[in-house]
Structure formats: structure tokens, C-alpha cells
Write a protein that binds this ligand. Structure first.
Ligand SMILES: Nc1ncnc2c1ncn2[C@@H]1O[C@H](COP(=O)(O)OP(=O)(O)O)[C@@H](O)[C@H]1O
Ligand SMILES: [Mg+2]
Length: 261
């Protein structure tokens, strides 16, 4: 359902901008374009849980942003549900994300002028008309999501009034709000203590098991990776190997057990 082909991203060393058009700035500029992601091919099946593992700076966040259609690649293509993202304009990609995609950002990306509750309401307000809740339903949904991440008492707090872990949990509640078909999570438990992290991991897997959502998770969390169907090891912008944790029965965690059926 998500297909990446020859996915390559280069950043200009000077501007810090993604460049999909190296030719425009001439040969000198091209020399300074180092590939951060280098011809990555990956297919993620519907309902699959894929963990992306790799050292800092290996291109994990870049890969996630490209797969989710947040950024455009320098080369290569991403298809979501059979639709090549390159065929969509900005508005169409935004509409696709609003309807089908959730994204938990490593650096939260909360809107600073909105409260926790209002931040979680944003994706509910962006839903396509046929899925749009009434304002009262939207508020009920946002409140209950914040309660599930343990922030029922922080609804009216602004991001600056919240700890890093609390902001991360608001970001998680927000990513769940549109009941996404695909959830991308960039180190979702990175700022959380073990117990809270485990609860968040359970929430992610609930979304997978109960709603069939596809999960693509960047994490260093070994507990979390052990529950994935596949682990994609990335290093220096390339996929090094892909570890399959799903046994013949289709259930995770049954690799090469040598016994049972
Ligand atoms: N907007 C940008 N401009 C220039 N370089 C970038 C930009 N974003 C990321 N990079 C560089 O790309 C590399 C990979 O970054 P990233 O995808 O964030 O890695 P990871 O998430 O694995 O730590 C790093 O060397 C980083 O400095
Ligand atoms: Mg990162």
C-alpha cells in the first residue's frame, strides 16, 4: 500500500533546503548536495507494522517525511494506495494526509498559540466533509484522546506550559484524531519514561489491531521494535537489511521457532 522506489533526497549544504532541482543552481551547487537518502526501495503492506532502525543522522526522519508526502524527493517516487504522490499538487497531498495519514513528529510540531485540546481538534476540523464530525463530537473525540494519553487534566494548557513528554503525548493524540489508515511515528516514545512509553506503544498497536492501521515507526525502543512485523535497518541513507519478525502464521514474534504450527 506504500511503495517507495529509488527514493533519494539531497539537501543543499548552504540553504538547508531540500532541492529537487539541482540543475537550477549549477555544477558548484550540485557538488554540495550530499544524498541523505540514497535510492531507497521499500514496500509496506496494508496493516503492517514496520520499524525503522538506524543511527542518528542516517536519514530516518527524512525517509518518514517523504513516505508521508510531507516533503518531495530529489529523485524517486512514493505511492500511497496506488496513487503516485508526484501526480498530486500541494492541495491534493494535504487532502490525502488529512483523510488518511497521521504523523507523530520527533519535535512535536504543536501549534504554540493553541491549547492541547485545540491542537488535537485541528485534524478533526480538516477531515473531508463526509467524515466531518459535529463540533460537539469533535470535542468529545479530542478530550477522550487526550485522556487516553494521560492528559485529561491538561486540556487547556498551551505547549509552552507542558513538559517535553506531555507535548509528545499531545502530538500522539493529534496524530490519532483522524483515525488514520497509515500512522507515521518519529521516535514516539523518545521523550517518555518506560511506563508511559509502554502505554503509548500499546495505543499504537491498538490502532493497528483494531482499525487495521499501517504503522511506520522510527524508534530506538527495543521493546517496541520487538512487536513489529519487520525491522528496516538503515545506515548512511541506505537500507542495509530488512528483518522479518513474522512467522508463517502471519503473527509477529514467531520467527524460526522451529516448533508449533
Ligand atoms: N533540511 C535539511 N537541510 C540540510 N540537511 C538536512 C536537513 N534535514 C536533515 N538533514 C541532514 O540529513 C541527515 C539525515 O537527517 P535525518 O533524516 O533527520 O536523520 P535521522 O532522523 O536518522 O537522525 C543529517 O545529516 C541531517 O543533518
Ligand atoms: Mg530523526
Amino acid at each position: 500500500m506504500i511503495v517507495a522506489r529509488h527514493l533519494t533526497q539531497r539537501y543543499s549544504r548552504h540553504s538547508g533546503d531540500a532541492s529537487g532541482d539541482p540543475g537550477a543552481s549549477g555544477a558548484d551547487a550540485e557538488d554540495s548536495l550530499l544524498p541523505v537518502l540514497d535510492s531507497v526501495d521499500l514496500e509496506v503492506r496494508e496493516g503492517e507494522v514496520v520499524v525503522i532502525l538506524g543511527p542518528s543522522g542516517s536519514g530516518k526522519t527524512t525517509l518518514l517525511g517523504l513516505l508521508a508526502g510531507l516533503d518531495r524527493p530529489s529523485e524517486g517516487e512514493v505511492e500511497i494506495g496506488g496513487v503516485p504522490l508526484s501526480t498530486l499538487d500541494e492541495d491534493q497531498r494535504a487532502a490525502l494526509r488529512a483523510d488518511r495519514i497521521g504523523f507523530i513528529f520527533q519535535s512535536f510540531h504543536l501549534i504554540p498559540t493553541l491549547t492541547a485540546l485545540e491542537n488535537v481538534l485541528v485534524p478533526l476540523e480538516l477531515l473531508p466533509r463526509e467524515r466531518a464530525p459535529t463540533p460537539a463530537e469533535a470535542e468529545r473525540t479530542a478530550r477522550s484522546l487526550l485522556e487516553r494519553v494521560g492528559l485529561g487534566a491538561r486540556l487547556g494548557h498551551y505547549p509552552a506550559q507542558l513538559s517535553g513528554g506531555e507535548q509528545q503525548r499531545v502530538g500522539i493524540a493529534r496524530a490519532f484524531a483522524n483515525r488514520p489508515a497509515v500512522l507515521f511515528a518519529d521516535e514516539p516514545t523518545g521523550n517518555l519514561d518506560r511506563a508511559t512509553g509502554d502505554e503509548i506503544a500499546n495505543l499504537l498497536f491498538e490502532l493497528n489491531e483494531q482499525q487495521g492501521a499501517t504503522l511506520v515507526i522510527v524508534t530506538h525502543d527495543l521493546e517496541l521494535s520487538r512487536r513489529a512485523h519487520r525491522i528496516v535497518h538503515i545506515s548512511g541513507g541506505r537500507i542495509e537489511r530488512i528483518e522479518d519478525l513474522v512467522g508463517d502464521s502471519g503473527r509477529p514474534g514467531l520467527v524460526q521457532s522451529g516448533s508449533g504450527g
